[in-house]
Design a protein around this ligand. Structure first.
Ligand SMILES: NC(=O)C1=CN([C@@H]2O[C@H](COP(=O)(O)OP(=O)(O)OC[C@H]3O[C@@H](n4cnc5c(N)ncnc54)[C@H](OP(=O)(O)O)[C@@H]3O)[C@@H](O)[C@H]2O)[C@H](O)CC1
Ligand code: K
Length: 495
């Protein structure tokens, strides 16, 4: 099981998962709810806002509301005032809700929604335990009204499991709670990873509530969440007799006048990811005029006699421009006898001349951002459709699609969809994608399989961004990401 990434389970299957785990482990559903509430509170107490005095907990009629009751009970202490607002009468609530309602300490101030008239104090915490994965119809007007109101008051807002109103597996079709933090149980629900839900989800924390990996893994073989603890298994180990050749020879094709930075960044990133030798092949008439600020990089001149087979990996596209000779491009794809990495203008060329896809070696890695993806694969109405289109494309053409963004998707040719957990908003900066290309090309050149190169490249890239942003915040630039790459190996204990 240790080699297994965390599966993402459909919201509709969560009940079944609970039941199967309860059967398998012998614990009761009440214990499971207690674990969920306790894990949430452990997470809560570590946050900077945990010393705030006023906590409002809004509870709906199901087990998400039940979690809210456990949380209210466990958060109650002398330094805090807890105000619990119940949306429904007890007769309408789940059995585990009712059980936990009767366990509330007297100090918790319980108010029925109909009687709740009080204004929310400034500097409060608002905990949303109204609906979780069990939402099954459009919100009734009283719920819409509540959510609208909560979205307009100040304070720190936290969603339990999922922001109320969001469906677990598809895009929202009406209003939903806008959380600053979403503390989701056991695995992220798919919709928490959609860019269109950024405002509702806020910062995402995945909280282990003790359901065994075996139970979770039984429910999904298709969608996975990639975390730091998974990465070591995908890496190669190098021993003390390893030499420059073992670390691979990488060729990066791209870079035209005015756009030489992209290929430089990719090359520098490949070196920092561990490549032994990195050569740039810029697409300018006199490549020896090409400027590089990195002395360890080599420059190849005379593109016609490029011996592609002398390289362990080839990446094409950063800063290349699309005014290239198509016959030359076909020759490159035709001659490379192994999967390539295609990025930027490499992708734009594919989009312009789809016939080129026939020449692409199997298991090649294509790394579009959302705009490039749209050019290559087409428009989508929302992220769910986009994910499906990426997956279909990867299966049909037997390539790996890396759809870049928050929670970058890696769509594998066998249909698996892997969502990345590392990275942050500061990585949305010029050249960040070129760095990723260089990193993936580097791992490929070190003889990682294309699948492992994609997984390691994407995770380390995000982690390098996180590390660099600790000191640079919104002033972070792509070179900072490159400089942080070595630290990712240290942090993940990859030697
Ligand atoms: N393994 C885990 O992750 C665990 C999760 N837990 C928590 O349980 C919830 C899921 O609980 P569930 O009871 O299935 O669902 P909800 O609480 O989200 O909501 C169900 C109730 O809400 C009513 N409902 C649904 N949609 C609407 C609507 N639009 N308007 C009004 N009311 C609605 C529904 O009513 P019915 O008439 O359909 O019965 C239910 O009353 C999960 O998210 C976690 O928070 C467990 O605590 C531990 C294990
Ligand atoms: K919720």
């Amino acid at each position: 099981m240790t080699n297994m990434m965390l599966p993402i389970i459909a919201g509709k299957d969560v009940k079944q998962l609970d039941e199967s785990y309860i059967q398998f482990s012998g614990i009761s559903s009440i214990d499971l709810m207690e674990n969920a509430g306790r894990s949430f509170v452990t997470w809560y107490e570590k946050q900077s806002f945990s010393s705030r005095k006023h906590i409002y907990v809004f509870v709906g009629p199901g087990n998400n509301g039940g979690d809210g009751l456990v949380i209210a009970r466990l958060l109650q202490n002398d330094c805090r005032s807890i105000i619990l607002v119940c949306m429904e009468v007890l007769e309408k609530c789940s059995a585990d809700f009712v059980y936990n309602f009767h366990r509330l300490p007297i100090e918790v101030n319980v108010i029925g929604y109909a009687n709740w008239t009080q204004e929310i104090e400034e500097n409060s915490v608002i905990i949303d335990a109204v609906f979780g994965v069990g939402i099954n119809r459009p919100l009734a007007s009283r719920y819409m009204y509540l959510i609208q109101k909560l979205n307009h008051v100040g304070g720190v807002k936290i969603a339990v499991d999922i922001p109320s109103g969001l469906p677990a597996d598809y895009s929202k079709n009406s209003i939903a709670f806008q959380a600053d933090y979403t503390a989701t149980f056991q695995f992220p629900k798919l919709s928490l990873l959609f860019p269109e839900h950024a405002r509702e989800v806020g910062e995402l924390a995945v909280i282990d509530i003790g359901i065994s990996e075996e139970s979770v893994c039984r429910f999904s073989k298709q969608r996975f969440f990639l975390r730091g603890i998974d990465i070591k298994a995908y890496h190669k180990h190098f021993h003390k007799f390893s030499h420059k050749g073992d670390f691979g020879k990488v060729l990066l094709i791209g870079g035209t006048i005015g756009k030489t930075g992209a290929i430089n960044l990719a090359g520098y990133a490949a070196l920092r990811t561990g490549s032994g030798l990195v050569t740039l092949a810029p697409q300018i008439s006199d490549p020896y005029q090409f400027q590089t600020i990195v002395p360890e990089l080599m420059i190849f001149g005379g593109k016609d006699d490029l011996n592609l087979r002398g390289f362990d990996s080839v990446a094409i596209g950063p800063g290349m421009g699309i005014d290239v000779d198509i016959d030359w491009f076909v020759r490159i794809l035709d001659e490379v006898d192994k999967p390539v990495v295609l990025d930027a203008d490499g992708i734009n060329l594919l989009a312009r001349y789809p016939k080129l896809l026939d020449y692409l070696p199997k298991n090649s890695i294509i790394t579009p951002h959302l705009k490039e993806f749209e050019r290559l694969v087409g428009k989508s109405k929302d992220h769910l459709e986009r994910i499906q289109m990426a997956s279909d494309f990867a299966i049909h053409h037997q390539v790996i699609i890396i759809l870049k963004g928050a929670h970058t998707l890696i769509a594998m040719p066998d249909g698996r969809q892997i969502f990345n957990s590392s990275g942050n908003q500061y990585m949305a900066t010029a050249g960040s994608g070129d760095v990723l290309t260089g990193m993936i090309a580097s791992f490929l050149g070190q003889s990682y399989t294309p699948e492992n190169a994609a997984i390691c490249g994407v995770y380390h890239h995000g982690l390098a961004g996180e590390i660099a942003s600790q000191t640079k915040y919104r002033g972070m630039i792509a070179s900072d990401i490159i400089n942080a790459i070595p630290k990712t190996f240290v942090q993940l204990d990859i030697i």
